[in-house]
Design a protein around this ligand. Structure first.
Ligand code: PLP
Length: 406
């Protein structure tokens, strides 16, 4: 795989001069290759029909494209096609499970376990269940190595614990969970497990059969796909046991004036209304693209880039790195004495995009002992030269500081 050739796939990476962008905010969203954009355009230009709604060629074609995308997603995570529900993203997937499964199966006093590093999407839906229905949310503190360990999980589980929801990769710490072990422990104690794979699906192979998680969610936009599309995987028996959250066209086989409803089979019963067809097709194209790149290249590239950035940052005296030992291509850091938002503006002036703030993981502020951080996150299309530009700009963070206080 040649990095220069590969970068030609990304229109945004072709910009030069003042328009040039060094993009290190991949944990927020990934750039989109032409392949994905063209697949979506082809739908709009050639067969912009409403799948499942009509008996003419365009509809058949749109139908086939959606089913093909569902098949690609299923294969991508080693699931069955009937276990793949299209959602608008990770956030919707977790909300759907919270409302349609957990609320139904848990009662007042039952416990949901999460960790202190979860993204708001994997915190707030559970808080609402606590507030409205008396289901108890327990937040497990991480160990000194920034991880939920098997021992910590075992310690947290009580006879009331029924559900565990945790992220495969933390969007702030970049740590990869020992998902197999944690899931096994949870199952041994009778808990259901939801895995937030928003940050892992773009970077690590996923196998729901091997991990045996009950639910898994991710977003298309973080793996080079479009926004507005995501995936909920749930074991077939769980989907069968869930009530649909949205009611409307396409999710029933029959209904009548006597108020009876016969639901469509899974997964369609969870996909009421016209679906984001172009986005579904774009997600399928993104999965094709990632498979063409290959995990080996993705891992190798991210490892090289992270290591280079980390070594460089450690040499700059006013930089504090919070997660030196993470597995994912994420570095969370601060320029001492500079508000992260101010620092991000400084990088922006150098045409470098990195994230600042709390990264939607507000329960981590005590653990990190800071109100905010900068987050550098890479993907396979970034280069070592871009890392060096980032490090050069970081060194000037000191000048920026001087100018600020002078
Ligand atoms: C770990 C994690 N979970 C959930 C989400 C929410 O994803 P989305 O906004 O695409 O629904 C994100 C997004 O940054 C994330 O990093």
């Amino acid at each position: 795989m040649n990095i220069d050739t590969l970068r030609n796939d990304f229109p945004l990476l072709q910009k030069t001069g003042d328009e040039r962008l060094v993009y290190f905010d991949n944990a927020a969203t990934a750039l989109k290759p032409s392949h994905v954009i063209e697949a979506m355009n082809a739908y709009y230009l050639d067969y912009p029909a409403n799948p499942g709604r009509g008996e003419y060629d365009l509809v058949y074609r749109a139908d086939q494209a959606v089913q093909a995308a569902r098949g690609k997603v299923a294969q991508f995570i080693h699931a069955d096609v009937h276990e793949i529900v299209f959602t608008s993203g990770t956030t919707m997937g977790i909300n759907l499970v919270a409302d349609a499964f957990v609320r139904k199966h848990l009662k007042k006093g039952d416990e949901i376990l999460i960790t202190e590093s979860e993204h708001a999407a994997n915190v707030l839906p559970w808080y609402v269940l606590q507030e409205r229905y008396g289901i108890v949310v327990k937040i497990i503190a991480l160990d000194a190595q920034q991880r939920l360990t098997p021992a910590l999980l075992k310690e947290a589980i009580t006879p009331q614990s029924r559900f565990l929801a945790f992220s495969d990769v933390s969007n702030v710490l970049g740590t990869k969970s020992d998902t197999l072990t944690l899931t096994k422990i949870a199952h041994d104690h009778g808990l259901w497990v939801l895995l937030d794979a928003a940050q892992s699906a773009p970077h690590f192979p996923i196998d729901v059969h091997q991990s045996d998680v009950d639910f898994l969610v991710f977003s298309g936009h973080k793996l080079c796909g479009p926004t507005g599309i995501g995936v909920l995987y749930a074991k077939r028996t769980h989907l069968e046991a869930m009530d649909p959250y949205f009611m409307g066209g396409g999710m029933s086989l029959k209904y009548a004036k006597d108020f009876s409803i016969r639901l469509a089979p899974i997964p369609e019963r969870f996909e009421a209304g016209t679906q984001p067809v172009a986005e579904i097709i774009g997600l399928g194209a993104a999965i094709d693209y990632l498979q063409h790149i290959g995990w080996d290249f993705i891992h190798q590239q991210e490892k090289i880039l992270r290591q280079r950035a980390l070594v460089g940052l450690k040499k700059i005296p006013f930089v504090k790195v919070y997660n030196p030992d993470a597995e994912a291509g994420i570095i969370t850091f601060n320029l001492e004495g500079v508000f992260p938002q101010d620092a991000a503006t400084h990088y922006n002036a150098h045409h470098i995009a990195i994230r600042s703030g709390q990264h939607c993981a507000r329960n981590l502020t005590d653990y990190l002992q800071t109100d905010g951080t900068l987050r550098w996150s890479c993907y396979f299309y970034n280069t070592e030269e871009e890392v060096d530009l980032f490090l050069e700009a970081t060194k000037k963070g000191q000048d920026f500081l001087d100018a600020f206080f002078r």
